[in-house]
Design a protein around this ligand. Structure first.
Ligand SMILES: Cc1ncc(C[n+]2csc(CCOP(=O)(O)OP(=O)(O)O)c2C)c(N)n1
Ligand SMILES: [Mg+2]
Length: 371
């Protein structure tokens, strides 16, 4: 194995292929057409991410966590997965959800506040967004231990950020997964920031070293290189399926937008900070590579742009179609059985709603005490 501090890179920022002694073989089968499909995926998810950000600015979403800049990390890793594998994401993995087949309409209700989650995890083998930093890594470790008990050959991947590596949950998840050889890929998108805190405050060493501390194979990858991310994630998933236990991947990338739509990054970083990362853009280098192979004409670019616009229009239409649920439905499904505390809270909230002249029964919803 090569030095883990040197990120694995298979495509340079100027679009040249680079041979890596350990990982190039994992993408030997990837044709130029396949690379064009990865390019299209990245263009589409960047476009729908921009549309969702616009929808929040227009008051149609309560919040959005943009993935802008992290397209290669998400598309490369998600396209390495098999349908039976299970994904435990944080709140930023819209690109992963897109690759899992989550519909455009299902990407927004959680952020619009019209549903407590976006989709049925069983439909896509992908859990819904997790806001509690790092909690999803524990779910992944437990699921992976269950996979071992079942004797199944599926793998699990969990996504989390650089900041999350300082959470106890992540330490516990990695400890259990390593000790019980759970088939889990711990995929850390080191986007350099945890809201306004730089990654240098999380650790004095590269984040990848944390995997080594648990005795896991550990890979540091250029997270803006979709081919390299695909290769290392395939390698880690293969090891997991063969009974080799967990792997830690640090995908070195950059969050080009705000943390969420509630954040103003100009308060804590400068345009100079961004400039170097704009040069390392994940989409641009693949465009250069494809053009060097005469595999991306102006017509292709226009067609891909149209498909991205259609996806954005689909996301918008799906979002606007999600109606507000009745206010009192907030108390439904908290418990499977009736619960006296929930009943009391529902009654109190219904009485509060009645103090407003302009809340029609259809908005308030179910009558007090009705489960
Ligand atoms: C347990 C917990 N503590 C704090 C927060 C508030 N919080 C939300 S996002 C965030 C930063 C996470 O940064 P990172 O793990 O790097 O992920 P990124 O947002 O960069 O993808 C924090 C502290 C939270 N949601 N959960
Ligand atoms: Mg981060």
């Amino acid at each position: 194995m090569s030095d883990i501090d040197e990120p694995v890179q298979l495509v340079t920022i100027t679009g040249e292929r680079h041979i890596h002694p350990d990982f190039s073989t994992y993408v030997d089968d990837v044709s130029v057409d396949d690379i064009r499909r990865l390019y299209e995926d990245m263009v589409v998810v960047r476009r729908i991410d921009a549309e969702a950000t616009a929808l929040q600015r227009q008051g149609q979403l309560g919040l959005w966590a943009p993935l802008f800049g992290q397209e290669a990390a998400q598309i490369g890793s998600a396209r390495a997965l098999e349908p039976d594998d299970f994904v435990f994401p944080s709140y930023r993995e819209h690109g992963v959800a897109y690759c899992r087949g989550v519909s455009l309409a299902e990407l927004t209700p959680f952020w619009r506040g019209t549903s407590l989650s976006g989709w049925n995890p069983g439909d896509y083998n992908m859990a819904t967004p997790a806001i509690i930093i790092g909690a999803q890594t524990l779910h992944a470790a437990g699921y992976g231990m269950g996979v071992n008990l079942d004797g199944a050959d599926t793998a699990v991947i969990t996504y989390f950020g650089d900041g999350a590596t300082s959470q106890g949950d992540v330490a516990e998840a990695m400890g259990f997964a390593a000790s019980f050889a759970a088939p889990v890929v711990f995929f850390c998108q080191n986007n350099q920031w945890a809201i306004s805190e730089p990654v240098t405050l999380q650790t004095k060493a590269p984040i990848a070293h944390r995997g080594r501390g648990y005795g896991m194979p550990t890979i540091r990858v250029d997270g803006n290189d979709v081919l390299a991310v695909l290769a290392v994630t395939r390698a880690a998933l293969e090891l997991a399926r063969e009974g080799g236990g967990p792997t830690f991947i640090e995908a070195v990338t950059y969050r080009r937008g705000p943390h969420t739509t509630s954040d103003d990054p100009t308060r804590y970083r400068t345009a100079d900070d961004d400039a170097d990362w704009i040069r390392r853009d994940p989409i641009e280098r693949i465009r250069l590579l494809l053009e060097a192979h005469d595999a991306l004409s102006d017509d292709d670019i226009a067609q891909i742009g149209r498909r991205a616009d259609e996806a954005a229009a689909g996301l918008r239409a799906g979002c606007l179609a999600h109606a507000d649920p009745p206010a009192l439905s907030l108390f439904d499904d908290v418990y499977a059985e009736p619960h006296s505390l929930i009943d009391a809270e529902r009654t109190e909230y219904a009485a509060y709603l009645e103090t407003f002249d302009d809340v029609p029964p259809a908005v308030a919803g179910t009558a007090p005490g009705t489960p």
